[in-house]
Write a protein that binds this ligand. Structure first.
Ligand code: AMP
Length: 302
């Protein structure tokens, strides 16, 4: 098993969906990704929280085997994100993004983190992603996740990060925004020109496409009838995927395909409850079982 490091937001989320609402619930890209990965491989977390961040959340992370030596706790308020989902839960509006303690965050990696082999630059300001990357000795595989906000306000820095990673994860809208290309496949191919060897374009419940110069892989989402809150699905997808790669310590085509299936599967559990709640009761056996069901759903003969 190789070492896996993640940087990203650790947050309070206030979220409204057609099925309910939560205020100041546990959220954040690194929280979802870290916990998702923890079912497959332990992860080291780099991030920051404020004094208001509950000890119970840190205890939950620790119970999942996450290494929190790189998670700073400083005076101030924890990052707080607010979002609302429409009846069609593929449509989400960001109501507010209070960076709070992330405004002055200066990530300093504990010495033993620097040699990590697998890295997930989960969603956060690209300048912070870059700062983390600069402290790494020679990672084998770096994956980058981002969102429309950073494409809007920090595009050049994001471009710099993109040139230094092996994998880029975006949704279809972000792929269009980054390339100016409307067609999904053309946009994904366009992203390969920006640096990464592997591009993943996500399409919510409709699944994801993984593209390299030599091969591609398509997988639908695992169908779930009890969608409560889709928040964090992209992060669970990325976390599960990287967790699988770190556990296998391989990035060959077959491993990448299975890794995407694990990411897809863990994301499908995450939608079943608000915040990270479904992940609290999830276990590896449930994940393996649903992953096999996903394979059965998508297998056919010609
Ligand atoms: P996802 O649904 O996968 O896009 O991820 C949602 C999570 O990302 C929420 O838990 C938020 O706290 C977090 N998030 C939202 N906006 C940002 C942002 N601008 N930077 C970092 N994290 C964010």
């Amino acid at each position: 098993m190789a070492e896996l490091l993640m940087v990203g937001s650790v947050a309070y989320d206030s979220v409204e969906t057609p099925h309910g609402k939560v205020t100041q619930a546990l959220g954040g890209a690194a929280s979802y990704a870290g916990v998702a990965a923890s079912f497959l491989a332990p992860a080291r977390i780099v991030g920051v929280v404020g004094e208001d961040f509950e000890q119970a959340h840190l205890d939950f992370f620790t119970s999942r085997g996450l290494d929190l030596a790189g998670l700073q706790r400083v005076p101030g308020q924890t990052f707080h994100w607010g979002g609302r989902y429409e009846q069609n839960m593929n449509v989400r509006t960001t109501l507010f993004t209070h960076l709070n303690v992330f405004e002055d965050f200066n990530p300093v990696l504990p010495e033993r983190y620097r040699s990590s082999d697998y890295v997930l630059l989960a969603n956060i300001h690209p300048a912070l992603q870059l700062q983390v990357l600069d402290q790494m000795t020679s990672p084998k595989f770096v994956a980058l996740d981002t969102m429309n906000l950073w494409i809007d306000i920090a595009r050049d820095t994001l471009g710099e990060v993109m040139r230094r990673v092996q994998m880029l994860l975006v949704n279809d809208e972000e792929a269009r925004q980054l390339t100016g290309l409307e067609d999904n496949l053309a946009a994904a191919e366009g992203l390969l020109e920006l640096g990464p060897e592997v591009v993943i374009v996500k399409k919510g419940e409709h699944g994801a496409m993984m593209l390299t110069r030599d091969w591609s892989f398509l997988l639908p989402g695992y169908p779930v009838t009890t969608v409560q809150d889709p928040t964090g699905c992209g992060d669970c997808f990325a976390g599960g995927l990287l967790g699988y790669l770190a556990a296998a310590d391989r990035t060959a085509e077959a491993t990448l395909r299975t890794a995407m299936a694990y990411g897809t599967t863990i994301a499908s559990f995450n939608v079943e409850a608000f915040s990270l709640d479904r992940l609290r009761t999830l276990d590896r056996a449930q994940i393996d079982q649903r992953c096999r069901a996903l394979r059965a759903l998508t297998a056919f003969e010609v």
